[in-house]
Design a protein around this ligand. Structure first.
Ligand SMILES: Cc1cc2nc3c(=O)[nH]c(=O)nc-3n(C[C@H](O)[C@H](O)[C@H](O)COP(=O)(O)OP(=O)(O)OC[C@H]3O[C@@H](n4cnc5c(N)ncnc54)[C@H](O)[C@@H]3O)c2cc1C
Length: 416
């Protein structure tokens, strides 16, 4: 362990540290603990990043929500059980950002494809430039000399989490001060964040760089960092003073959502993936349950992978003694074997939004069809309600929040 890693060594001893245990029970316990802070406390404190030993200003629920060990609906319900909608509206809106980003990217799929192309191109350029590669290495190793940036880099690698404000500052410094390609930064986050999410991550990086809301960028300012870290950092004279928007030569057309109707349920194998670890909505009484996890990708950190594995295992145990979770690249063989043992040709799973799991399910679906089996992805009712409103800016969806809360039955229309 280096001296700087010692900074984080005693984290478990601090009462306001959040331990990211990959179980539904741990997620519910954190929700229970933070619920009383989702009102005025969150609205006034949420921008403060007091470091991992004092994670009291924000919920730190994202690892559990991202993998749906606990759902947005449960979080909203618990929030509104203890607060008036007006007191908790800031927190509620933040929860809706997740669904907004997922729905928006699902309806603008070329954004995900172009991010992957951009990442590939940026990696090739690094390989050709000793200087750029050295800059990149010092950024991802936290050796830039910008103390706050280096600290967040280490914090991310050590804890698997960063406060939202730190993510914004980090991305802004990466793009506008260090002048590194945004795709490499987004990839670095995805490889280390326990809550790493293709939609929230890609679109947030694009937002900082001025690609999501065209022309509107986010500039990290020393005074803002000093204020919201309560003086822990004050990078005067070290940061870019302007943030000219990035540009791209590609439009991202709107593609309407299309979903097959849910199958009439009968005999089925339930497939659990990291995208939804509370999937009983897809099939309440499956013949059997199989959890599948992809092996850790080269260059990805151990923590996010361990969380995914643990989350899928925990989801499988929600169905009692039956079922098992496997980590394998060969999903086709695993599913066919499990379906045969379960005596069914129908496999149900929660819908996977754009990302590595969606790509994996696409090829699985083709393979299963060849084997005379069907894979059906079931869209969670929450997503079905929200995504059609995620076509333009967040403001359009924000206006619909009272309607969505009423339709979900988590709030009474009269109180909104
Ligand atoms: C550059 C950048 C990259 C990001 N990458 C990711 C990512 O890979 N995965 C991810 O889940 N979030 C990402 N975010 C969004 C946000 O930073 C995290 O969701 C949030 O910090 C999680 O911490 P929390 O649970 O304490 O949030 P809280 O402030 O307590 O908010 C409560 C919940 O609301 C949701 N939420 C809050 N803010 C956002 C947001 N801006 N976008 C989407 N959902 C939000 C989360 O589910 C969160 O758990 C990124 C933001 C930026 C600026």
């Amino acid at each position: 362990m280096t001296l700087r890693e010692d900074l984080f060594a005693d984290l478990p001893d601090h009462p306001e540290t959040v331990a990211f245990e990959p179980t539904r029970q741990a997620g519910l316990a954190r929700l229970e603990r933070f619920a009383s802070r989702t009102g005025r406390h969150y609205a006034s404190q949420r921008n403060y990043d007091l470091g991992p030993a004092r994670r009291s200003t924000v919920s730190a629920l994202s690892p559990w929500i991202r993998h749906r060990l606990i759902t947005e609906e449960e979080v909203l319900r618990q929030t509104l059980a203890g607060n008036s909608p007006s007191a908790a509206m800031k927190f509620i809106q933040e929860v809706f950002w997740r669904g907004y980003f997922k729905g928006w990217m699902q309806q603008h799929p070329s954004v995900w494809v172009s991010y992957q192309h951009g990442l590939h191109a940026a990696r090739n350029k690094l390989a050709q430039s000793v200087h750029k590669n050295a800059d990149y290495q010092s950024a991802i190793e936290g050796r830039t000399g910008i103390a706050c940036f280096d600290h967040w880099c280490l914090e991310l690698k050590t804890t698997g989490y960063l406060h939202n404000h730190a993510r914004m500052w980090f991305a802004s410094i990466w793009i506008f001060t260090l002048r590194l390609p945004w795709e490499l930064g987004a990839d670095f986050f995805l490889r280390h964040l326990i809550d790493g999410d293709p939609a929230s991550n890609t679109l947030s990086w694009r937002w900082v760089g001025g690609l999501h809301t065209k022309g509107k960028t986010y500039l990290a300012r020393p005074s803002n960092i000093a204020e919201y870290t309560q003086g822990a950092f004050d990078p005067v004279g070290q940061l870019a003073q302007s943030a000219p928007p990035l540009s791209e030569d590609q439009e991202h057309p709107f593609v309407p959502l299309t979903f097959e109707p849910p199958p009439t349920q009968g005999e089925a194998l339930l497939l659990v993936t990291e995208e939804d670890c509370h999937p009983s909505f897809a099939c309440e009484t499956p013949n059997d349950v199989l959890g599948l996890v992809l092996p850790r990708a080269p260059g990805s950190a151990e923590q996010p992978h361990a969380f995914k594995q643990g989350a899928v295992e925990d989801a499988v145990t929600q169905f009692g003694a039956q079922g098992r979770a496997l980590t394998t690249q060969d999903w086709t063989a695993a599913v066919i074997k499990a379906a045969e043992q379960a005596g069914t040709t129908q496999i149900l799973t929660a819908f996977a939004p754009l990302g590595p799991i969606a790509t994996k399910l696409e090829s699985l679906q083709r393979d299963l069809a060849t084997a005379g089996m069907t894979l059906h992805q079931c869209l969670r009712p929450y997503d079905a309600l929200l995504w059609p409103h995620a076509t333009k800016g967040f403001f359009k969806l924000k206006k619909m929040i009272p309607t969505v809360l009423t339709e979900l039955g988590v709030a009474d229309a009269k109180t909104l």
